[in-house]
Structures are given as C-alpha cells and as structure tokens.
Design a binder for this molecule. Structure first.
Ligand code: GDP
Ligand code: IMO
Ligand code: MG
Length: 436
C-alpha cells in the first residue's frame, strides 16, 4: 500500500472547501483524480487575487507537474469540460493532454440528460423534488446502468460510432420525453455536429486512465483523489432519495478511479465548522432564522455551480461521525472557522431523539422530524483570518476545534481560517504536503 496517496472527501452535504485543500495538497502530488459526480461539483480555489471555480477539471490544474484525471466513475460532460478548459487557457492556465486526461470508460453527459433533469424536476410535486443542479447527473448515471442508451468517452473519439449512437438514442429519448413531458423533439443532426466537434477537440485527452493510475501505483507515484459532493449525498449511504447519483465517499475511490482499495491512501475528511445544504432533503440542524441568515452572509453561502442560497445550520457531529466511520477518515480538515466569528454562543449537535427516545446509531433514513440534542460552546469575536498557528487562535476557537475533534474521535489536521492558500493552519496532521 502506498503511504503517499491521499483521498479528500466531503463529510457533510458538499461545499466543505474541498477545492482549497486539494489545491493546497496537490503541490506534492503527481496525479489529482476525480472519481465521482460531474459538473454538479463547484470547487473554488483562490490563487492570490484570482478566483477559479472548477466543475469538471480537477483542482490540481493550477499546480505545475500535476496530471489531472477525470476517472471512469465521473459523469463527463464534454461541452462543460471544453468550456472550462478554454476559459482556463484564456486566463493563462496550461491545459493540454500532458496535464489533463479523461477516462475512455467515463459515461458522457449528453444534452438529453440535462433536458431530462430539468423536465423531471419540473414535473415533480413539491416535497418530491430533489433540487438537483440540472447538470444531467442522475439521467446520465441511469443510462450508464441501463447500458444500451449510454455513450462513453471512448465513443467521442470515433465519429461514425458516435453519430450512429446519437441518432438511435435521440429517437428513443424524443419518443419518451414527448410521451412523458410533451417535450419538443431534439434535432439529432445538430447534436451529432456539436459532439463530433467536441470529440475532435478532446480526443487526445481521452485514454485508459485506470491503466495509467495502476502504473502510477506500481511506480509508487503519489496520487490525490478529489472527492465531489459530500457523504450525506452519497447514492447508497446518504439521505436517499435526496442525494446525488454516485458513490462520493472514500468507498467510491477504487471503483471510480480503477485502483485497488488498498491504494486509497490517507483519507482526509473535509468538514466546515457549521453545516450547509443546497437542494431538498432532511437537515436536522438547519437554522431557518436569523442565525442561518447570519451564517449565509458571513460565509457567502451561495452555490458555486447554481448560485442558489445554501441552507445553513449548526455543526452536526452525530451525522459527521457516521461519515467519518464510513470513509475511515484518518484526519479532518476543518474549514470556514472564521465564519463563526461574532456569532455569539455556538451550538453543536451531538445526537438525535424521536419522541424523547435517543437514537442509538445514526441512520440516514431516519432523519426527518428528529429533535437535535445540542451542546453550547462559547463563541469569539476577534478576527481570526490572520492566525498562522493553532496557538494564535482565541481560546474559545481552540476549544471549539478540540471539542469537534473529541466528538469525532479523529484528529483535526488542518484548520482553514479564510479562502486563500496562506490561510491554512497545519494542526494535528500526519498528511505529507503542507508544512507547518
Ligand atoms: P467545495 O465544493 O467543497 O470545493 O467548496 P466550494 O468551493 O463550493 O465552497 C467553499 C467556499 O468557501 C468557496 O467560496 C471557498 O473559496 C470558500 N472557503 C474555503 N475555505 C474557507 C475558509 O476557511 N474561510 C472562508 N471564509 N472561506 C473559505
Ligand atoms: P461539491 O463538489 C453541494 C446536490 C444538489 C442536490 C443533490 C442532487 O461542490 O461539493 P445532482 O445535480 O447531483 O443530481 O443534485 O445533490 N449537490 C451538491 N450540493 N455541493 C455539490 O458538489 C453538489 N453536487 C450535487 O444540490 O441537492
Ligand atoms: Mg462546491
């Protein structure tokens, strides 16, 4: 087993600050690999004054000497990828087949997936809607499992095969969407023209990335696996059906990247100092009140991908402990601690009860209508964004981090006190990559 590989996964509902930590750790890596999700992700990296919001291209792209891989487990949207790649090039970032590769086995998000995502959500009654990002993720993974109506990235490199598949699938989708949603038919030839061109643009980047990564494993070259979304959105282990459609915990790394389970490496679980959720579904610690509004404004909690206001609430240690155990997190990175400055007393949820009966173990299927058991901690009111060491943090902030560490029985390796690269405190970390 390689001691040098690192897996970064979100332990809440996404947007925990994965982009920032992946970028920070990527400087010491040879590969950065996305293994789940697709353009539903929005990962922010700040480099000096420049802000990058990455959706499909891994966050190692801003580091020299890193090869960025979109693994087979990703729902790959070639139109978004090409747009993102071109925008990065316009900003002076090098993106070529040297530092960006896409698995030939990745399932391709096609226009009908995005259309179906939107039509399906619009057709659902209130309470049934998932609140998706409308990026075609669910329909793309459905077709992957269905097999006969799926296009893989390898098909993008063969114009004849691609055109034939598009024509036959569009025929099926037109008939289905017309019957289900009375939708206007799609023009197969327009899609053929656009996607043959995209395939040509991306062809030299599409390859057997699983083989490449297993060779890297054999050569003991360090790999970082960049999670998308958050554990509570995992299709198997999250708050189903209000989840995304892939395996987003560390359990998804081997199958989504094509490496053995023993190579997942050190698992760094990302947590933000409070909780947020975009879209529908249970969220027991949600504060739909002044506290939630204050957190949203202080943390600029608006979606990186859709711009939607994020639902905000207190840190839920009961839910996060479940996610820690699921991914086998070796250490935690706690982000956005600065957002809690000036919030007064702080609360942490330590358990759930139903009708006065405490839940013995966390169950994502038993979250609605629960009462949260809270513990209250003192807050702090001095600016912590300039703190460089744990000891520089006010005693109350140190106490908050220590209590999170205690409740989760896992060391907090990094504490983030602002969005910039320099605003990361290395605390109880055993992960190679960031110096104290
Ligand atoms: P991701 O999806 O997990 O990569 O997270 P997002 O990029 O969607 O959202 C995190 C947001 O918080 C971004 O705007 C980051 O620039 C910002 N951010 C990350 N860490 C910190 C931090 O410690 N403090 C503050 N104030 N902002 C942070
Ligand atoms: P990152 O990687 C936060 C949520 C959507 C919706 C549900 C299903 O930036 O943390 P989908 O479009 O995947 O079918 O939507 O999942 N969701 C995310 N929420 N951060 C994300 O990614 C998300 N990706 C999907 O809001 O509730
Ligand atoms: Mg995000």
């Amino acid at each position: 087993m390689s001691g040098r590989n690192v897996t970064v996964v979100g332990l809440q509902w996404g947007d925990e600050g994965k982009g920032k930590i992946v970028d920070a750790l990527a400087g010491h890596m040879r590969y950065v690999v996305r293994f789940c999700g697709g353009a539903n992700a929005g990962h922010t990296v700040l480099v000096g004054e420049e802000k990058f919001a990455l959706h499909l291209i891994p966050c190692g792209v801003l580091r020299q000497g890193v090869c960025n891989i979109v693994g087979n487990g990703v729902a790959f949207d070639p139109a978004t990828a090409w747009g993102e790649l071109s925008a990065l090039r316009d900003r002076g970032v090098t993106v070529t087949s040297e530092n960006f590769r896409v698995s030939s086995a990745a399932s391709v998000v096609m226009p009908w997936h995005k259309l179906q995502d939107t039509l399906s959500e619009a057709s659902l009654a209130k309470g049934k809607k998932i609140g998706t990002t409308a990026r075609g993720i669910g329909p793309c993974y459905s077709d992957k499992a269905n097999r006969t109506t799926s296009i893989r990235a390898a098909d993008l490199t063969n114009p004849e095969v691609l055109a034939e598949k598009i024509r036959s699938i569009v025929d099926i989708k037109n008939r289905t969407f017309s019957a289900l949603y009375e939708a206007e038919p799609m023009d197969a030839e327009a899609i053929v023209a656009e996607y043959v061109q995209l395939g040509e643009n991306l062809a030299d980047m599409i390859c057997n990335t699983g083989g490449l990564l297993r060779q890297a494993v054999a050569d003991d070259v360090p790999i970082l696996f960049e999670g998308g979304q958050g554990s509570m959105l995992d299709v198997d282990h999250g708050t189903y059906p209000f989840v995304t459609s892939s395996n987003v915990t560390a359990c998804g790394v081997p199958s989504g990247a094509g490496i053995p389970p023993s190579e997942v490496g050190r698992v760094v679980g990302l947590i933000k100092a409070y909780s947020t959720r975009v879209g529908e579904g249970p969220f027991p610690t949600e504060q739909d009140n002044e506290t939630g509004n204050a957190i949203r404004e202080a943390g600029h909690e608006y979606g990186t991908t859709t711009g939607r206001p994020r639902r905000c609430g207190w840190f839920d240690a009961f839910a996060v402990k479940y996610a820690v155990d699921l991914s086998g997190a070796d250490e935690l990175a706690l982000s956005l601690l600065d957002v809690l400055t000036d919030m007064g007393e702080l609360k942490i949820c330590t358990g759930y009860s139903t009708d006065g009966q405490a839940h013995e173990m966390f169950d994502p299927a038993a979250m609605s209508g629960v009462q949260c058991d809270y513990e209250t901690l003192p807050g702090w009111d001095c600016d912590i964004t300039g703190c460089k060491t744990f000891e520089e943090l006010p005693a109350e902030a140190q106490n908050y981090v220590n209590r999170v560490e205690e409740l989760l029985q896992t060391p907090v390796g990094f504490v983030s006190v602002g969005p910039e690269r320099s605003q990361t405190i290395v605390h109880n970390s055993k992960t190679e990559g960031l110096d104290k």
